[in-house]
Design a protein around this ligand. Structure first.
Ligand SMILES: [Ca+2]
Length: 309
């Protein structure tokens, strides 16, 4: 699995957070740099592969003991430095564009729900069913109402769609993930199901569900998916971190952590792109390249490989 962004853990790695803030700022200020879905099929889009280099600001990338010069990233096995190019993947199935939802008063009405049952209500997490508060209203997305629309519609229905969050972790660390879905939502870490809200229970979207993840150093894949059983739809998720390893053991630990100040990935970041993950979503890449479904559906090609320094 190749990754486009290096998430460096700990106090020595402010560059990763800088990258994310810059990335979000770029999306806000320069929407024309997003993938143009109309051009995906003919491969004419130039996707700006920010994220592969210069996380520390000095042009160098470190993962484990591998030190790579500017414009290179550490290979999957950590044994070499590679220079890659990316281009849009070719859809072979349904293309579901990502649009922001119209806020709905019951989304987030019950606030945050932590794994051991602690419930926190406030304006940030949501606190009632009369105001348009809460994380799902803030970052919720679904398939656009029609191609090029600015807001989400109801489709797709009765199928899972979602995102893959790819993390390159340098040191063991803890992460928070918050999520909710109308009607369902599920979360897997490295292929293992961590949490699923099934059925048609309104709790699935009235609570913002919280989990913690303890990740070892290395590459990790977090799949976060939503499912609409009918009518209006919403699916939201955020990943926050890194936090000190072992620091998120209890609900109280998780409540005390600065989630808001450490959000590193959000469903809202994907607005303007397409869902890379889904039961009816298929993407293909030419031979010799790798589908890279992290954040956006692109193909990645290693164009040069050199030893670590
Ligand atoms: Ca629904």
């Amino acid at each position: 699995m190749r990754t486009r962004c290096l998430f460096l853990v700990g106090l020595l790695a402010p560059g990763c957070l800088d990258y994310h803030m810059n990335s979000e700022k770029e999306l806000e200020s320069a929407p024309e740099e997003r993938i143009d879905l109309d051009n995906i099929e003919d491969g004419t889009v130039n996707f700006d592969d920010t994220g592969t280099t210069d996380e520390s600001g000095d042009g160098e990338v470190f993962v484990g003991s591998c030190d790579c010069p500017e414009s290179y990233t550490v290979s999957d096995d950590g044994g070499s430095c590679v220079r890659t190019e990316t281009f849009p993947a070719t859809p072979r199935g349904e293309v579901v564009e990502v649009c922001p939802i119209e806020p709905f008063r019951t989304y987030g009405a019950y606030g945050a729900m932590y794994p051991d049952g602690t419930n926190v209500k406030n304006e940030y997490w949501g606190q009632n069913d009369s105001d348009l508060h809460g994380r799902l209203n803030e970052v919720g997305v679904w398939g656009c109402e029609y191609p090029g629309a600015s807001t989400a519609g109801h489709d797709p229905i009765d199928t899972w769609i979602g995102f893959t969050v790819c993390l390159d972790v340098e040191e063991p660390g803890d992460y928070l993930v918050g999520f909710a879905g109308d009607n369902r939502v599920r979360l897997s870490v490295d292929g293992e199901r961590l949490h699923e809200q099934t059925g048609e229970d309104m709790h699935n979207f009235k609570y913002w569900w919280m989990e913690s993840m303890a990740l070892d150093a290395g590459n990790h894949r977090i799949d976060i998916e939503g499912y609409n059983a009918g009518s209006i739809a919403a699916f939201g998720a955020e990943v926050a971190g890194p936090f000190e390893s072992g620091s998120l053991q209890t609900d109280e630990d998780m409540i005390a952590a600065d989630y808001e100040g450490n959000i590193m990935w959000s469903t809202a970041d994907a607005v303007g792109s397409a869902f890379p993950l889904g039961e009816t979503t298929r993407w293909t890449c030419p031979d010799g390249t790798t589908f890279q479904g992290c954040d956006v559906p692109v193909c990645e090609e290693v164009v040069e490989e050199i030893p670590c320094r």
